[in-house]
Design a protein around this ligand. Structure first.
Ligand code: UD1
Length: 421
């Protein structure tokens, strides 16, 4: 299993290209199941999660080709051969559940394994299932699989989510575009990935209004066409690389970065003493003089501070001047990086969903273990500023969501290498 070796202390200077969003791409790919015409996604990220979704769609009989070195995905669901999403693939990645809505909407039946995914607390899919039931799908849970049927087709309905779920909004949105009549999604997720999915579906002929707000209205259509769509910038990769010069010092321009994708996060960085400036090519980020200041952080659905940047922010605050309080409001048990950061000398106390971080002058390098995707990159960030060597083990989590992390940081002067094992 590969690990990443980081030698701390080097300031970062240079530019980092930001890829297309993993989470947007994972929702856009299953949209191919809604049409028998080709869907082309450009600006796709090259990540193991994308390969897992490719395998899943191929197992259903869809054609998926990675062109231009994986930057372009050509998808076609002209001749599906199966409507069964098998446990062996679904268990690798939670987003696999996103094939359920499109399959039932277009074919009237589907069998999809219940997913596994990141170990960040109980992550049920009840909202996905309730939303599809509201549209008339008949669901039966047997032996770890959801058996879904809609013999007469789906019908538009009002779906009022009890709390915001990105995946459930995506799944039900995809189902609703082919349902008969009007669907209204209330308390819908407002994440940029939802806006991107709605934009792509609209190019395919769907009639969607209100994406990016809490209420999305969909008028069902009989069929969708093909489309070509560029995947939106990855705001989580962007935020991660914005933290790098904040932790290590220096100045980095994140190419393709957009402030509107990370405004709540950028505001917290600014409060911590990090300057963020819009440039014609993206965002330039630099640590102002002096030590990082402690700031409080509370995760929330978009446009709030993203849970997927909480671990990286914690890595930054470990060396801040003062005490920071981080409240995790989206997932239970999402502080697994805290004990690893403590191994590097961080002072963190975790009580339930609250972590209190008392800044220390300097972290010390140590061997640490990546426990999930965002946790693993937070350990790399911490290593950039730590004294000595940090070895991050189990980096397969990292490869699910970050392409060429060692090359991107290395190009800015970080001392970082992958050790194959
Ligand atoms: C997506 C992102 C993930 C991000 C999360 C929150 C993808 C592939 N993943 O995950 O990176 O951390 O949004 O921004 O896009 N919940 C239920 N029942 C459900 C669905 C969700 O209880 O049916 C709960 C979850 O356990 C969690 C909360 O709702 O506590 C929000 O989860 P959700 O927004 O659905 O996250 P995902 O779509 O899985």
């Amino acid at each position: 299993m590969d690990s990443i070796l980081v030698k701390g202390g080097a300031e970062l200077r240079g530019e980092i290209p930001i890829a297309g969003a993993k989470n947007a791409c994972l929702a856009l790919m299953p949209a191919t199941l809604l049409s028998d015409e080709p869907l082309t996604l450009t600006n796709a990220p090259r990540l193991s999660d994308i390969r897992t979704m490719t395998q899943l769609l191929q197992s259903l009989g869809a054609e998926v080709s990675a062109l231009q070195d994986g930057r372009v995905l050509a998808l076609s669901s002209h001749d599906l051969t199966s409507h069964v999403a098998d446990y062996d693939i679904v268990r690798k990645m939670r987003a696999s559940i996103l094939v359920l809505g499109p399959l039932v909407a277009r074919y009237g039946h589907a069998v999809v394994s219940l997913p596994g995914g990141c170990a960040i607390g109980a992550r049920p899919v009840d909202l996905h299932l309730k939303g599809l039931e509201a549209l008339g799908a008949e669901l039966d849970l047997r032996e770890g699989y959801v058996h879904a049927k809609a013999p007469g087709g789906l019908k538009g309905a009002v779906v009022d989510f009890p709390f915001v779920s990105v995946g459930a909004t995506e799944n039900v949105l995809m189902a609703a575009v082919l349902a008969r009549g009007t669907t209204v999604l209330k308390n819908a997720a407002r994440e940029p990935e939802i806006v991107d999915l709605a934009a792509c579906l609209s190019k395919m002929g769907a009639r969607i209004d209100g994406a990016g707000t809490g209420t999305i209205t969909i008028e069902g259509v009989d069929r969708l066409t093909g489309a070509t769509h560029p995947v939106v910038t990855d705001r989580i990769e962007l935020g991660t690389y914005m933290i790098a010069p904040a932790v290590a010092g220096g100045e980095v321009e994140c190419i393709g970065g957009r402030l509107d994708l990370v405004s709540a996060f950028a505001e917290r960085l600014d409060a911590a003493g990090v300057s963020v400036e819009e440039t014609p090519r993206g965002l330039k980020v630099a640590r102002r003089n002096g030590r990082i200041r402690a700031v409080d952080v509370e995760t929330a659905p978009f446009p709030g501070f993203p849970t997927d940047l909480q671990a990286q922010m914690m890595a930054l605050l470990c060396t801040a001047d003062g005490t920071s309080v981080l409240e995790e409001r989206i997932f239970e048990n999402r502080f697994m990086h805290a004990p690893e950061l403590q191994r590097m000398g961080a002072k963190i106390a975790v009580h339930g969903g609250t972590a209190t971080v008392t800044g220390v002058e300097r972290l010390k390098g140590a061997p640490v273990m990546a426990t999930d995707l965002r946790a693993s990159v937070s350990l790399i960030l911490a290593g950039l500023a730590a004294e000595g060597e940090t070895v991050v083990n189990r980096v397969y989590h990292l490869d699910r969501g970050y392409e060429r992390v060692e090359e991107k940081l290395g190009a800015c002067g970080a001392s970082i290498e992958r050790i194959s094992g």
